[in-house]
Design a protein around this ligand. Sequence first.
Ligand code: C5P
Length: 226
Amino acid sequence: MVHGVAPVITVDGPGGSGKGTITQMLARKLGWHLLDSGALYRLTALAAGRQGVSLADEEGLVKVAAGLDVAFEPTPEGEPVKVILAGRDVTAEIRTESAGDNASKVAVMQSVRDALLQRQRDFRQAPGLVADGRDMGTVVFPDAPVKIFLTASAEERAQRRYGQLKDAGVNVSIDALLEEIRVRDERDMNRSAAPLKPADDAQVIDSTGLSIEEVLGRCMAAAGQA
Ligand code: C5P
């Protein structure tokens, strides 16, 4: 660990691997700050839409990313962090499948990633940070003392997402979800800018077939906090 710098636990992996839930649980258990970096890409795409900037307009997207007026507000245990964009609560709006898909389209652009880099690093404050994303351990916090790469089979991730959407009253086909997951994985893993992959010094945890408590236990052990 770099002396005088707050410690970071990075949690990277594909969507639906349980990262979001685990990151929140870890942050709460440790009393550390939380960074949901995916939300920044989702917000960039959403704000672009609102400002009439096309998802193909790289220069325009960089300006949107650099000027994001966003606040993350803590919520009671078990509830997602409240996300406020320019004074409006967009917590639900940024979680849709299309918001995720649009996020992964803006995320392929290196200049957009650069525009969001310092904002992400600013979350590193005492007593520590748990950072959720795709490139937390590889690019944003390469000196993090603990790096976790959480994965699960595409089928299991589709099944979990199906359950969440069903609970929320949204009707979708599991085959369509599986296809979306495969397309997004493909785009995230094969892009040239910060592709999704475990850092060389990451501990890979496969959550397929594990309960969330079991995954949390493995992550706490990986973090040396078991
Ligand atoms: O994690 P989440 O599903 O919210 O991320 C949405 C999209 O944002 C991902 O599919 C990925 O393309 C992009 N992303 C990224 N780097 C991060 C976090 C998310 O490229 N650190």
